[in-house]
Design a protein around this ligand. Structure first.
Ligand SMILES: Nc1ncnc2c1ncn2[C@@H]1O[C@H](COP(=O)(O)OP(=O)(O)OP(=O)(O)O)[C@@H](O)[C@H]1O
Ligand SMILES: [Mg+2]
Length: 226
């Protein structure tokens, strides 16, 4: 359902060229939990951003559900994201001027699918409970700790019931107990709704949940045996 073929991405850092992805080819099937490991700067976030339709490759092809998206405009990519993809960012990207409930509600405001106000509220309340933020629903992100913000970002990524969730270091700011609760929540969505997850992480405890493992090194991806 997600396929990349010979995907390349180079950034310009001042005058230096950084080859973040040097021809990455891989395929992920529906219902997988994929874990992308690799040292800092190896290209994990870059790969997630491209496969997650946040950015475009310099060359190579990307397919989502059989639809080639590599040459789509950023606007068209936003449409694909809103209908199928959830994203948990390394830097959370929460909206600072609205509260936790409203941050989680946000993807539903821009999604075309119409759901009733009642169902919307139930969904958001259930997610807030699932990530353990009942007491903070009315607070703004700047009143929360790093781990609490991370949990808002996770609830926000799940609220539109996406088919695919890309998660960049989803447990990085969480203590191991909260990290485990969150991973159990994601694993149950994977089991019950066949949601596909792609994690980029340094956290070896995530690999326990993975159906396939990849290693990123200097912009080159290789498959690892579990
Ligand atoms: N917007 C950008 N502009 C310039 N260079 C970038 C940009 N984004 C990433 N890079 C460079 O591309 C390379 C890959 O970065 P990337 O963020 O994909 O690594 P990563 O594996 O996610 O690292 P980390 O584990 O630290 O999050 C790095 O050398 C980085 O400096
Ligand atoms: Mg990264």
């Amino acid at each position: 359902m997600i396929a990349l073929e010979e995907v390349r991405k180079t950034y310009l850092l001042g005058k230096t060229k950084v080859e973040a992805l040097k021809g990455v080819t891989f395929q992920i099937n529906k219902g997988e939990m994929v874990c992308l490991m690799g040292p800092s700067g190896s290209g994990k976030s870059t790969l997630l951003n491209l496969a997650g339709c946040l950015d475009r490759p310099d060359s190579g092809k990307i397919w989502i559900d059989g639809e080639e998206v590599s040459l789509y405009s950023l606007k068209k990519l936003a449409g694909i994201r809103s209908s199928k993809i959830g994203f948990i960012f390394q830097a959370f990207n929460l909206i600072p001027v609205i509260n936790v409930y409203e941050n989680i509600e946000f993807p539903l405001m821009i999604k075309k699918e119409k759901i009733s106000e009642k169902e919307k509220k139930t969904r958001i309340d259930n997610l807030i409970q699932a990530v353990g933020l009942e007491k903070f629903a009315k607070h703004r992100p700047d009143e929360l700790s790093g781990g609490q913000r991370q949990r808002v970002a996770i609830a926000r990524a799940l609220v539109s019931s996406p088919e695919i969730v890309f998660a960049d270091e989803p447990t990085a700011n969480l203590d191991s107990e909260t990290g485990k609760t969150i991973l159990e929540l994601l694993a149950s969505l994977n089991q019950n709704k066949k949601t596909t997850f792609v994690f980029a992480t340094h956290d070896p405890s995530i690999t326990r949940y993975a159906t396939s493992l990849f290693q990123m090194k200097d912009g080159i991806l290789s498959k690892k045996e579990i």
